[in-house]
Design a protein. Sequence first.
Length: 397
Amino acid sequence: MNIILFDEPTIRQNLLPLTFTRPVADIRVGIITIAEKWITYMGEAVSYLTQPYLQEKFKVFFGTHNLYINGAVCPDENLLQSVRELKMGEALYYGDTLVALNGDNLEMHTIEELISHTASRRQECDTCTIMKDVWDIFLNNGQLICSDFKVLTKDRQSQPVNDRHTMVYAEENIFIEEGVNIRAAVLNAENGPIYIGKDAQVHEGAVIRGPFALCEGSNVNMGGKMRGDVTVGPFCKVGGEVSASVILGYSNKGHEGFLGNSVIGEWCNLGADTNTSNLKNNYAEVKLWNYTTGGLKGTGQQFCGLIMGDHSKSGINTMFNTGTVVGVSANIFGAGFPPNFIPSFSWGGAAGLETYQLSKAFEVAAKVMERRNIPFDETERAILYNVFEQTQHYAKN
């Protein structure tokens, strides 16, 4: 069966700015991305049916037997059985949301064709974990760390904690991959598992509570305080205090400062003493900028911090107010609180925003990616250029 993970249009729009630069299924929540979960559960490769400007990087492959799966849906054993039992032309729904369709050899090469297709038979699933809004990512992160941990570590042996100055609680809930270096840290997995990826490092004085995932090649810096429900994607550096947050990968929050109930994209950097507020002073519901409505949308949450798209940066001592959304390739700095919505390719802060010159944004992106030995090629350039073209009207409002 050829598995194609598709972007449901409304969900994709609600997950902006994170989905400006990736398909929905490429979002990391738990230990691995949604796409990697399906690969792990199904034992099959996947491809992506996404926006045309993203297809050069995220390929789609059509076969004679195509199974279309909603890229916002996280698999589990019960859902997997329901998906596998779909016959040709049958669709699986959770409420009004299309979860999967056995399209077999039907000609559906665009998202519009897929969504408009009427299945011959419709099945319903009782439960389903779906990332419908950006805050769903940090809300579900702890639970998905636990489920990913069980799948990824099944029948495998963890590397030992050999450092005699490291304190370990509930060691049976800790899994350490090869090449990890831990020095004089505290690992407390009593409330949830701790996963330390290949070649990661936990430096002196770091305190980590589970559920927690530190992915390949990443670092928890000296004195870092990881308070649980936290995922640090691959090749990141984190320090200071982090709670209930996801850093997708290749980003740095290396210094002191608080990050809570937040999602940070790839290739971001939070300057020293950058702080996010995740709770309003009046304890009211947090509202976030929403690209679908073009205004604020209630989250139903009391705690919500910062949502930041790829390639964005903040200067030292930046203060982000409760429920702030930052687009792609923004550069935020200066005293005071910047606006709660900062469009993509913005330059400035509380004193005002200007448009970040595209050539300068390209230059910085190239330098940052080269540090990780990843080229800023024409494909990456084209994606950022397309995002620039899509989002400039926000800067003019």
